[in-house]
Write a protein that binds this ligand. Structure first.
Ligand SMILES: [Zn+2]
Length: 285
């Protein structure tokens, strides 16, 4: 792309590429489509996972991997109910060895949880569901495609690598060689406060519908805050006022208690499936 695209062209493209999100009703800039973001993410993820395996940073702890996969499954089932086409995504989750307190879900359902989060936060199953529900919601609500679209409109002509240098650092740790790919750029760009609130609200709903205690979102974020800014760039960087965020989550969790209780009675279970049933690299749907 030329570095000298007239602003009027960009504006026209931006207007033409706006779409109303079916879940939130909010208008989003979608210059980069969800499909394109998912396709790029899939390539970047495969490369990242391959690299992690080579460096022995992948799925070290089979117990944690199985636990995370069994928590992710019912959340994904609920995500499909909110947005049926995500049934076709090749959902996948892995555990990456890194001290950072982090987790993410790329467009297209490619997820990672870092060992730093597991070891430092020591999340319960319900709290892990809150983490995964939040991250899955970013993908479900097309936030990565939206961020890439905004970056393209604002910084047209710059390469992904240059952009990455200017971004908040999500540290991909020892996996830095693909850190400037376009897809990982979508993770590195900060979410807007609006997008974070949406992911909080929808994430808590996914968890409650899947039979996980929605109040765990609150205890999780309280633990996160105790760790301060030493990590969690997704969760804390765009939220200078964590108290108001926690208050919003508390209110949402309270609303969803009947949904949670109905899900528990209906047989939705947070209990991990047999470890033998989980295969490390198998897509989750
Ligand atoms: Zn987030």
């Amino acid at each position: 792309m030329s570095a000298r695209i007239p602003m009027i062209v960009l504006l026209a493209a931006g207007i033409a590429a706006c779409a109303t999100n079916k879940i939130t009703g909010r208008t989003q800039a979608m210059l980069v489509s969800d499909e394109s973001a998912a396709q790029q993410s899939s390539q970047a993820y495969a490369q990242l996972i391959g690299e992690a395996a080579q460096k022995r940073l992948l799925d070290d702890d089979t117990y944690e991997l199985n636990r995370i996969q069994s928590i992710a499954k019912p959340l994904i089932q609920q995500a499909v109910k909110l947005r049926p086409e995500v049934q076709n995504w090749r959902w996948e989750v892995h555990v990456l060895k890194s001290d950072e307190i982090n987790a993410w879900c790329m467009a297209g359902g490619k997820m990672a949880v870092y060992t730093g989060l597991l070891q430092k936060i020591q999340p319960t199953d319900d709290e892990l569901a809150a983490v995964l529900g939040h991250e899955i919601s970013h993908a479900l609500l097309s936030h990565q495609a939206e961020k890439l679209s905004r970056a393209q409109m604002q910084k047209a002509g710059l390469t992904a690598g240059v952009l990455a240098g200017a971004m908040f650092g999500v540290n991909l740790g020892n996996l830095a060689s693909i850190a400037d790919s376009v897809a990982t750029l979508g993770l590195q760009l900060p979410n807007s406060r609006e997008a974070e609130s949406e992911a909080d609200q929808v994430g808590i709903e996914l968890a409650a519908r899947a039979g996980f205690n929605p109040n765990a979102a609150v205890t999780l974020w309280e633990k996160m805050i105790r760790f301060g800014s030493g990590g969690t760039p997704d969760w804390l960087s765009t939220h200078p006022n964590p108290e108001s965020r926690i208050a919003a989550m508390k209110a949402r969790a309270q609303q969803l208690m009947p949904v949670y209780e109905a899900a528990r009675q209906g047989g939705a279970s947070a209990a991990p499936t047999s470890p033998a049933a989980a295969v490390q690299t198998r897509p989750l749907n």
